[in-house]
Design a protein around this ligand. Structure first.
Ligand SMILES: [Zn+2]
Length: 50
């Protein structure tokens, strides 16, 4: 889990288009921008930059 619970809640609802990197809501099935079906969940294990 990240530092901000609210951010985590948002992150799990987001998928990223592998083609154009657009953020989409989870469950849309396809990218809203380019129509690609290649979506991946947004990483939940992002570490804070140091
Ligand atoms: Zn796309």
């Amino acid at each position: 889990m990240g530092k901000f619970p609210e951010a985590d809640a948002q992150i799990v609802k987001i998928v990223i288009c592998r083609k154009c990197k657009t953020r989409n809501k989870k469950g849309v099935g396809m990218c809203r921008k380019c129509g690609s079906k290649f979506l991946r969940p947004k990483r939940k294990d992002i570490r804070a930059k140091k």
